[in-house]
Design a binder for this molecule. Structure first.
Ligand SMILES: *[C@@H]1O[C@H](CO)[C@@H](O)[C@H](O)[C@H]1NC(C)=O
Ligand SMILES: *[C@@H]1O[C@H](CO)[C@@H](O)[C@H](O)[C@H]1NC(C)=O
Ligand SMILES: *[C@@H]1O[C@H](CO)[C@@H](O)[C@H](O)[C@H]1NC(C)=O
Length: 189
């Protein structure tokens, strides 16, 4: 599992073209064949590590408010206020470091009591052996906690039938942007 992580890091750092684990645009026949072969496939573990850059105002804005409730502006947790985002994923905290994909989806304030978001997004990978593959991410994010644990509930391409755990740790935060460090451990075939 260390190896997979290393391979992703290496091929993202140096943009080495590694053949795809499997074609990701095989169509319905290819997917059927893949399922037929499933009993012979070995489950594997892939570890991913990257930084997620969220910017809610200013020139580099990547997250935009799409709706709110009629109590968002009067509740301490801004209940219901929801942003749709298309956020870069990079190998280092520096936003100018190598991009390995995007985190696309929405987060919204889902608690009356504390700053806690519903997170619903896709990690869309664009580099190396995972180029074109995606992971589906769903969870509850108590954003002030040092470490938050959320679920990987599925995947496509190299990550078909994925399940896993993502941990998030805030690396940087101010009024307009945040950088979140993500560690993913993913079971897939
Ligand atoms: C919010 O909307 C609901 C239903 O439309 C209404 O009953 C309620 O009074 C509104 N609350 C506020 C604070 O405006
Ligand atoms: C990723 O895949 C797309 C579509 O197949 C291709 O156009 C692109 O060049 C690939 N990117 C890298 C870095 O391999
Ligand atoms: C927040 O940090 C970003 C990245 O360093 C910076 O561009 C932005 O100006 C900062 N915003 C505020 C309000 O300090």
């Amino acid at each position: 599992m260390k190896k997979e992580h290393l391979i992703l890091t290496l091929c993202t750092l140096f943009a080495i073209a590694i053949p795809l684990v499997q074609s990701i645009s095989e169509g319905p026949k290819g997917v059927e064949k893949w399922f037929k072969e499933l009993p012979h496939k070995k489950q594997r573990v892939t570890k991913l590590h990257f930084y997620f850059h969220d910017t809610t105002t200013g020139p580099g804005q990547t997250a935009y408010q799409v709706f709110e409730s009629n109590i968002s502006s009067t509740t301490i947790t801004q209940f219901g206020r929801t942003f749709m985002f298309d956020n870069p994923l990079t190998v280092e905290p520096d936003a100018r470091s190598m991009r390995i994909g995007k985190g696309q989806g929405f987060f919204g304030a889902a608690s009356f009591e504390e700053p806690r978001f519903l997170m619903n997004l896709n990690f869309v990978f664009t580099q190396g052996k995972f180029n074109g593959s995606t992971l589906q991410f769903l969870g509850t994010n108590p954003i002030l906690n040092r470490v938050r644990e959320m679920s990987i509930v599925g995947g496509t391409g190299a990550f078909r039938l994925a399940r896993g755990i993502a941990t998030a740790q805030t690396y940087f935060l101010n009024d307009t942007s945040s950088i979140v460090e993500y560690n993913l451990v993913v079971l897939h075939y």
